[in-house]
Design a protein around this ligand. Structure first.
Ligand code: APR
Ligand code: ZN
Ligand code: ZN
Length: 367
């Protein structure tokens, strides 16, 4: 079948909207009719070359849609089901899958690195030539073929635009708080970067009952959003040294948890420096592959600090996505306020330009 899709042919170029040929789903695969796709910074990292992906590819890793067709052997979903595709496929039985970290499964890495599904081929073609998948999702297409094991079913009446946000920004941010850091009630938290993912770290910390939530960003509009999502204090790092300001706000002690949700060595170091004894810094932002930082080693020993990272919210999506839906339906998780713009799919490049200008929080394209 034919589908309109946004293809990245080369680093540094805009997305090209083209009609591609989508092959039917094979064994264990599903044809997904996309409802909405999220405009996340990680796709932009690929467009600018900060992150490497096999090209040409149909980008997009945050999305939601309706199952249109299932391939042989698929039993977990059926045509008509609403689902969220996961950008990390997992086998379900390896040591990481069995121990609550499916995002670390080798199957997800294989799809991400090759741009091909597990049988080593792609389901997209343009003029007879192979077009790559991105992270096994490729949500920037009217139709995509996705492994059935990478789908999480959602309620039939759940709005697809807000569902899309759960698949990356929300689960990554809230999951980093709940699963990676396990933020304790009454604790002090700093969040570097209050964009689409960082704002979800902020609301996750608020739900977890943190006492102080200090948001750091360069843009006043992001800091306004941060306050609306639960930040108790905000710091504009363009005007103020954030490490000194965080120390001052915590009686000189520093925070118990610092999250970096930008993806820059300098801000990762700032997050490290703003924690206190027995503090934990969690890197969520994605840096270029070769980026490094240095830290004063003795603070690891004499202050028992922890520096770690979190991928995909360190989540178990089949448990965490239903939990996030329950929190939203109970009025505790803000999704309506998170979705600050909707664009028609034809305006996907405009949506990315708005992200680069720092407008809004999270936007989607709809199909
Ligand atoms: N200090 C503080 N804030 C900064 C700085 C800085 N030096 N540089 C950038 N920021 C802020 C931006 O102003 C923006 O609000 O970081 C925020 C980044 O947010 P988005 O662009 O919306 O990106 P998002 O989709 O949230 O992704 C953030 O997480 O998943 C990863 O790949 C993703 O690395 C990216 C990061
Ligand atoms: Zn993302
Ligand atoms: Zn596995």
């Amino acid at each position: 079948m034919k589908a309109k899709a946004a293809i990245l042919f080369e680093v540094g170029k805009k997305l090209d909207l083209r009609e591609v040929e989508v092959e039917p789903p094979r064994t264990g695969e599903v044809l997904l009719k996309m409802g909405a796709a999220g405009i996340c910074h990680s796709d932009l990292h690929v467009m600018t070359g900060h992150l490497v992906a096999p090209l040409p590819a149909i980008l997009g890793h945050e999305g939601s849609g309706t199952v249109a067709e299932v391939g042989p052997g698929v039993t977990n979903v059926k045509p008509g089901d609403r689902v969220i595709p996961l950008w990390r496929l997992s086998c379900g039985i390896c040591e990481y899958c069995s121990d609550s970290r499916p995002a670390l499964c080798v199957e997800g890495t294989q799809i991400r690195m090759t741009g091909r599904l597990l049988d080593g081929s792609t389901r997209f073609k343009l003029d007879g030539k192979e077009i790559k998948h991105f992270a096994g999702v490729s949500s920037f297409s009217e139709y995509s073929v996705i492994p059935a094991r990478a789908l999480v079913k959602i309620p039939a009446d759940f709005p697809l635009d807000r569902a899309a946000l759960l698949g990356c920004g929300v689960i990554t941010g809230v999951g980093a708080v709940f699963n990676a850091a396990r933020v304790k009630p009454g604790s002090r938290v700093a969040v570097f970067g209050a964009g689409g993912v960082g704002i979800n770290v902020i609301q996750g910390a608020a739900i977890a009952g943190a006492e102080k939530i200090i948001a750091v960003d360069l843009l006043p509009n992001k800091l306004d959003f941060a306050r609306r999502f639960g930040a108790t204090h905000t710091i504009n790092a363009r005007e103020t040294n954030p490490v000194e300001a965080i120390k001052a706000l915590t009686g000189g002690k520093g925070v118990e948890y610092a999250f970096e949700v930008i993806g820059q060595p300098a801000t990762i170091r700032q997050a490290y420096d703003s924690m206190g004894k027995r503090g934990m810094a969690v890197v969520v932002g994605v840096t270029p592959m070769t980026a490094e930082i240095s830290i004063p080693i003795m603070t690891l020993v004499f202050e028992e600090r922890v520096l770690t990272g979190s991928v995909y919210g360190s989540s178990r999506p089949w448990i965490d996505i239903p939990m996030l839906i329950n929190l939203y339906q109970a009025g505790k998780l803000k999704l309506d306020e998170l979705l600050t713009a909707r664009y028609p799919f034809s305006q996907i490049n405009e949506a990315y330009e708005a992200l680069e200008r720092g407008e809004g929080l999270r936007s989607v394209v709809t199909f």
